[in-house]
Design a protein around this ligand. Structure first.
Ligand SMILES: [Zn+2]
Length: 430
């Protein structure tokens, strides 16, 4: 009774409800709005945890490396055009990325300063070159012996001829870029090479969602970029057609600028040269140590997405009467073809193509063909179950072996038949 009286005495009166009072907007309550708040905060928390979780997984990723090949990078811009760094700094970053040869392609028709460069810095060979803007697209060339003080022709076959006369190696650039795409594919076009895949094109072609993911995960690991590499279907189609005209090599293009400009005075060094150089490159046998550029000119190299891993062994060759023929060469008809791929911890699928068509596909690192019939053979290697490289994007693309020789005369003969007399067609769109 006493307790009951006391509790009644101490009881404070119920507050008078304020008609203007609003429901609390925080999670401390059970109103529908509070529950909604909790759900949103919970969702954000789960998303953040999952983002950091994936990020850590990417941060722990390291591609397998191999010391068995020299690496070259092609399509690089220096301060001779819109690149952020001078050739010496590019060489330093190349060394960090394990690259021995840098093929510069600075903007200009031609870029005289860059095209005259042929230097070695700290064990890295720098070969200068140009990226010319023609009415039909971009043509690059590197390794000129001399660059006369004249402008490059605007008609593609003539520009290719000029570059060759200067001792340079001409390459059709941006073969499938939506913005800079090359448009001249007529039969008198016989360049030295064609860009198989351009890293900058790959980024530009990403969906908005994938671009956001790249921005979010790049800080965890620059190798996240490997997810952006796409299957170069148009480049492959153009290359296979060009291979019926002559010995034309495919080159994976870094399109490295060392970062990007933000306005006129600010520049951001992302992605750095070293980062881009570690994504993809040209694999060269060490027998070319003294002259790695020669391997590129010979077609005796392979394209590799190095960010997905480097092979301990990559051999694609033909044998006839005990003589070995590497890529770029022309063994006699009915030569044997051999493929050997070894890469620690990576599972490979090999696709052998003849004149662009699949003739053999195996989930293995070995492939042998006895007595191959005449044709242009090239190899694509895919990685099964790689954490970053999409399964439908080739990890390695070889250069071709021309069993039985070329179907058509070598490009120099073909070229002399068609150039010097033909003028640009007036119905082309410039
Ligand atoms: Zn470029």
């Amino acid at each position: 009774m006493f307790i009951s009286s006391l509790s009644i005495a101490n009881k404070t009166p119920d507050p008078i409800p304020d008609p203007d009072a609003r429901e609390p907007v925080c999670w401390l309550g059970n109103s529908p709005r509070s529950l909604c708040c909790k759900a949103v905060i919970g969702l954000l928390g789960v998303s953040l945890l999952s983002y950091v979780g994936y990020g850590i997984r990417y941060a722990l990723y390291e591609p397998v490396r191999s010391a068995n090949y020299l690496w070259a990078v092609y399509h690089v811009h220096s301060t001779y055009s819109d690149g952020l760094k001078a050739p010496e700094e590019i060489a330093r970053q190349a060394r960090l990325a394990g690259v021995s040869l840098v093929l510069l392609t600075d903007h200009g028709n031609p870029n005289f300063e860059s095209s005259a460069l042929h230097k070695e810095f700290d064990g890295v060979t720098l070969i200068g070159g140009s990226e010319a803007t023609l009415p039909d697209g971009r043509l690059t060339f590197f390794g000129a012996r001399t660059v006369p003080d004249i402008a490059l022709a605007t008609f593609p076959p003539q520009a290719v001829k000029q570059a060759r006369e200067w001792g340079a190696f001409p390459v059709v650039a941006y073969s499938e870029d939506p913005l800079y795409g090359w448009r001249y594919w007529e039969t008198d076009l016989v360049p030295g090479g064609i860009e198989l895949s351009n890293m900058f094109t790959c980024v530009r072609s990403l969906s908005v969602y994938d671009k956001i993911a790249l921005i979010l995960f790049y800080p965890f690991s620059h190798y996240y970029f490997i997810k952006s590499v796409s299957f170069p279907s148009k480049s492959f189609a153009h290359w296979d057609a060009l291979l019926q005209r002559g010995k034309i090599w495919s080159l994976v293009a870094s399109d490295a600028h060392g970062g990007f400009h933000l306005g006129k005075s600010l520049a951001v060094s992302i992605p750095s040269y070293a980062d881009v150089f570690s994504f993809a490159g040209l694999g060269i046998d060490k027998k070319y140590s003294a002259q790695p550029e020669q391997a590129v000119r010979n077609g005796d190299f392979f394209n590799c997405i190095r960010g997905a891993g480097e092979p301990d062994l990559f051999n694609f060759y033909a044998v006839d009467n005990g003589v070995i023929y590497t890529s770029g060469s022309s063994p006699p008809g009915k030569s044997d073809l051999h493929v050997e791929v070894e890469a620690e911890g990576l599972t490979t699928r090999l696709i052998l193509r003849k004149n662009g068509n699949i003739v053999r596909e195996v989930d293995s690192g070995r492939l042998n063909i006895q007595g191959a019939m005449g044709g242009v053979y090239r190899l694509e290697v895919y990685l099964l179950n790689h954490p970053l490289l999409p399964a439908d994007v080739p990890w390695i693309v070889s250069n071709p072996i021309f069993v039985g020789g070329l179907a058509t005369p070598p490009h120099r003969e073909l070229y002399s038949e068609t150039t010097g007399v033909r003028e640009p067609r007036i119905d082309r769109v410039h």
